[in-house]
Design a protein around this ligand. Structure first.
Ligand code: TRP
Length: 459
């Protein structure tokens, strides 16, 4: 079936609009919620170093590959593989991506719902007046174990996402990112300054930046690799889909490097906010997915005008999460619109509702329903349904998706075609083009396979 092209399909209105939307997709709970808890569980400094290597060596090359495929095909992930390799089984990889995006959205919106609750709590002054780490933990546990609240907030967040994606790419996505993302970064810097000046904060900086290489195990590398892909929104076709709305004069390499840079800065500053405060408050760094929610309120408590900062912070975090959930739903919707001929309206509501159904067990898996809370054990700890979704789709599925995308661009569609696409848009002199080709064809696939194999053998 032919998909509507160009303006009829929707397009970004301006150059900076695309970079902002892509950065908006990348910057989200992955930076502020997932990065600190992954770093905390995986030993700190060593994880951070491997993470940075993954962003540079795997993240940037894969992002370029997604951009090239998406802009050339002007299609959703499934349609893109079909357009560039007609009659081949490659669209299955796009299908895995759409499924992965759907599944990530289903647990991501639960965590995003928690940020809404924290926005409400900070506005009503719950986080001031001598909040200890134990008090803070109790507030968090109370929230996540409350089934009505957890499900209700997830629903509210999904509705917000639906309302924006419904309006289509240009009007909705671009406008949301423009002012709020820089503001968010500024606020993070303020919080980082407060955090590092807390008594006992130095240990947090040491934890984050002193690498102990004896702690680098296959599991740590897998975590870092998955986190790099998750944080940059790679491995399932979100960046591919965003690039499909681009005209050919956008400079893709500049966009990829900018997005990776901003995203990494936000994660690192986020780490500098969380870890010093964590050590100052005596919280366990390996505390898992609740980490940030427990630690951050203890900072606001020690900040003049804490309530105001807390309200601003959770409001902006919710917006950052929203620009990420938008990109996840957009991938799923673009598939049903391009390939199945659905109207955007129908796709948004049907898929939003389906996603909510899958989100319910995640929302109930943090204390509300016993069987879902301690579902499986990995890394020596009992994990919930939400944790399992996060591991399977947030780490493994993205890694496999990125691996297959590299193989597709490297060996099927061809790096010559891809470079052609990357050069159009002003990047005629592509520095390091040879290195990129080596990454996509050999280095990235080999690295991902090695990590996956060593995980399988290691267990
Ligand atoms: N990158 C986002 C974050 O860090 C989450 C996200 C949005 C995502 N779109 C994605 C993750 C696509 C993986 C794939 O919060």
């Amino acid at each position: 079936m032919t998909a509507p092209q160009g303006a009829a399909r929707g397009a970004f209105g301006s150059r900076i609009g695309f970079i902002l939307a892509a950065a908006g997709s990348a910057i989200g709970l992955g930076n502020i919620w997932r990065f600190p808890y992954m770093a905390g569980e995986n030993g700190g400094g060593a994880f951070v170093l491997v993470y940075l290597l993954c962003v540079l060596g795997l993240g940037v090359p894969v992002m370029l590959a997604e951009f090239a495929v998406g802009r050339r095909a002007q299609k959703n992930p499934i349609g893109a593989y079909a357009a560039l390799a007609p009659g081949s089984p490659w669209p299955v990889v796009g299908g895995l991506g759409v499924l992965t995006g759907f599944s990530i959205l289903a647990f991501y919106s639960v965590v995003a719902g928690w940020t809404l609750d924290y926005l409400w709590k900070s506005a009503t002054g719950v986080f001031t007046a001598g909040l200890s780490a134990a008090d803070s933990a109790a507030v968090f546990t109370g929230l996540i174990a409350d089934p009505g609240r957890a499900i209700g907030l997830t629903l509210v967040f999904l509705l917000l996402t639906i309302i924006i994606v419904r309006k289509g790419i240009s009007a909705g996505v671009e406008r949301a990112s423009k002012i709020l993302m820089p503001l968010f970064f500024l606020l993070l810097v303020v919080l980082a300054v407060r955090s590092v000046t807390l008594p006992g904060a130095g240990r947090g900086i040491d934890f984050l930046f002193q690498a102990d290489f004896s702690r680098v195990t296959p599991r740590v590398v897998m975590g870092a690799l998955g986190q790099a892909l998750f944080s940059l929104s790679l491995g399932m076709g979100a960046m591919l889909t965003y690039a499909s709305y681009l005209p050919r004069d956008e400079n893709l390499p500049v966009a990829a490097v900018s997005v990776a840079f901003f995203d990494t800065m936000v994660a690192l500053v986020g780490g500098v906010v969380v870890f010093p405060a964590l050590f100052a408050a005596g919280v366990d760094p390996a505390g898992g997915p609740g980490l940030v929610f427990v630690v951050l309120p203890t900072i606001f408590d020690q900040l003049p005008g804490g309530t105001l900062f807390a309200v601003a912070f959770y409001a902006l975090l919710a917006v950052a999460a929203l620009t990420s959930t938008i990109s996840l739903l957009e991938v799923v919707v673009s598939y049903f619109v391009d390939q199945r001929g659905w109207s955007r309206e129908k796709a948004v509501w049907v898929m939003g509702a389906a996603c909510f159904a899958l989100a319910v067990p995640s929302a109930l898996s943090n204390g509300a329903v016993e069987g879902l809370t301690e579902l499986v054990t990995f890394g020596g700890k009992a994990r919930s349904f939400l944790d399992l979704q996060d591991l399977v789709f947030g780490n493994y599925s993205l890694s496999i998706g990125a691996l297959l995308l590299c193989l597709f661009v490297g060996w099927k569609w061809g790096t010559r075609n891809a470079l052609d696409e990357l050069r159009s848009g002003g990047a005629h002199e592509l520095p390091l083009a040879g290195l990129w080709v080596a990454c996509v064809r050999v280095l990235c696939p080999v690295a991902v396979v090695l990590v996956l194999v060593s995980i399988v053998l290691g267990d």
